[in-house]
Ligand binder design. Structure first.
Ligand code: ADP
Ligand code: MG
Length: 262
């Protein structure tokens, strides 16, 4: 079943926030979703109400258990979370070594989940290239590259377009699309960058998300933007992106069925 990778050359651009809220958006339309964390920060789980003190995750167990599905937490109807977990430095290095050197490691870990009928997996990555992003790109159906509406993000475009994020094309299936986060029409530079990105990326720009204080507040209260502030600009933006992602994946909204083209 489809694997969507949310990645970026940069940190602090909203990858984790968007992964979580896209998961909520898909789940709200009746699709079963697994939010999967590849970042050692282990922050994705916090968006689903998992307490800070709960350090369970698949990475520590991956050394002994090839199938990661046993570490999945159920957090709400239609939403499952696979947290990275609190790990020692040794465990992190071991995990990254396995990702980089055992070509079957990731597939074995995710196999059960990838074969779960109707399940969409949406994965959050640490910034920049890394062994997880590289290994996942082999299995991914879609990459969503998150950037900010600032000049630093503009300067990163050539790197991304020249395949320098993982050293090769991001994926061979549905390709890669961009999300432009924290667009603020009150600021000239943000407005200019947004217009530039829209022109430069065309339909590769899947969506623009407004800079919206309710996003940070929703995060702080461990709620989705849809529960915390359903009529906010960001809720509207993310809902729209969720619909586009479902359509790209050919997931039948309402039934959760995935239709693979014949
Ligand atoms: N659209 C937005 N408007 C306002 N704040 C945002 C928005 N998106 C993300 N943020 C804030 O930006 C910070 C970084 O987001 P995060 O999802 O942790 O980024 P990343 O995972 O890329 O490091 C967080 O404090 C988050 O609340
Ligand atoms: Mg993050």
């Amino acid at each position: 079943m489809p694997l969507v990778c949310v990645c970026s050359p940069k940190g602090g651009v909203g990858k984790t926030t968007l992964t979580a809220n896209l998961a909520y958006s898909l789940a709200r339309s009746g699709i079963k979703v697994l939010a999967l964390d590849f970042d050692v920060q282990n922050a994705l789980r916090l968006h689903f109400g998992v307490p800070l003190t709960d350090g369970r995750g698949y990475v520590a167990q991956s050394a002994h258990n090839a199938d990661w599905s046993q570490s999945v937490l159920t957090t709400g109807s239609n939403i499952f979370v696979l947290p990275y977990g609190d790990v020692t430095e040794e465990q992190r290095i071991g995990f990254e070594h396995n990702l980089a050197h055992d070509p079957q490691f990731l597939l074995r870990g995710l196999n059960t989940l990838l074969n779960y009928p109707g399940l969409v997996i949406i994965a959050d990555f640490p910034p920049g290239p890394g062994p997880a992003l590289k290994a996942a790109s082999e299995l991914a159906d879609l990459h969503l590259i998150t950037l900010l509406a600032d000049t630093a993000s503009v300067s990163l475009l050539p790197q991304i377009e020249n395949q320098r994020l993982i050293g090769s094309a991001l994926n061979q299936r549905l390709g890669h699309y961009f999300l432009l986060n924290q667009s603020d029409s009150r600021r000239n530079i943000s407005r200019d960058v947004t217009a530039f990105m829209e022109q430069r990326l065309g339909e590769r720009l899947l969506g623009v998300i407004h800079r919206d204080e309710s996003v940070a507040e929703a995060n702080a209260s461990q709620q989705s933007i849809f529960d915390f502030s359903p009529v906010s600009a960001a809720a509207f933006d993310i809902e729209l992106i969720g619909k586009k992602v479902a359509s790209l994946l050919n997931v039948q909204v309402g039934t959760g069925e995935v239709h693979t083209p014949v």
